[in-house]
Design a binder for this molecule. Sequence first.
Ligand code: GAL
Length: 368
Amino acid sequence: MLAACMLATVSANAQGIRSGEIWPDEDGNHINAHGGGVMKYGDTYYWFGEHKAEHTSSALVGVTCYASKDLRHWRNCGVALSVTDERGHDIERGCVLERPKVIYNKVTGKFCMWFHLELKGQGYNAARYGVAVADKPEGPYKFLYSQRANAGTWPVEFDKQAMAVVDTLNEANFKEWWTPAWRKAVGEGLIVKRDFGTSQMSRDMTLFVDDDGKAYHIFSSEENLTLHIAELTGDYLHHTGRYTRLAPAGHNEAPAIFKHEGTYWMITSGCTGWDPNEARMFSAPNIWGPWKQHPNPCRGPKAEITFGGQSTFVLNVDGNDSQLSTLNSQLIFMADIWRPRHPIDARYIWLPIEFEDGKPVIRWRDEW
Ligand code: GAL
């Protein structure tokens, strides 16, 4: 399958991108790469995502990979990371393996995949990230390990003053969740403190490589109440232990990040499971913050529920890529329209990000 990953040439009357529709690959099958992300290597784009089955959202296959030179026509490269039949293995068939992302490490020459992992038969309780590595973009990826994040380290912004507050926080005082006092305590670090010794929860996630080559893992932590941005080691295979919190107690998931003219932008969703909700947006002058919130960037029909989808990635297209000049956009917002009763039929939203008054705007288009 991998050897057969040749790319088709672009036809002159190429069909545009149609969000929400069936998106056939070169074999005519609806692309099966959900909660995905795209990585460019050489002159080729690689789309990695969750393989979804007919009747379950659990991972029966693993992470799939598709390749394209024009972002419209995709060749199925097969399974990049396969689940296993070994009983008790972290990525045993039937686990939950979501939101895989791949980044290339220029120093080691390795392709590094991170994903959200829930152990088989444990619902969403494990809250781990998993890491796998490959020598070729399309894989095969070798599973390395899975765990929770950053045991025994506090966020970088927890200075003496913040730690004095953390010292006063006591879980036993908050039997009832969702009260204003509880929310304030979560913001101050109640759950970071709870998980300090055992390590921080890690669910919906993405990866980001900055211009200086440093990479970051961004994930929903603290019972999905707070996003963490954690710095990766030089080989992109571990956390360094340095991390910051974004929107403490803000209840965000589905993070998608991009950098535009020196500003970091993050688009997220609220936490309503497979049901769509209103997108949120944040920006910061520095990956370490301070992050500030902006209004929903979506415009057009169903803009108040992210057009029926949930963010997964923002693709920064190489501006010099002449094949893509007709797309008229450097940044593409990617989201998933989930179909929990028929997961394989989930749809994709790909829309250009425009800027108005210096802020990103995502306008619905039937085709572009
Ligand atoms: C969503 C999340 C998905 C998946 C789902 C399960 O909110 O973004 O990746 O975990 O919940 O209910």
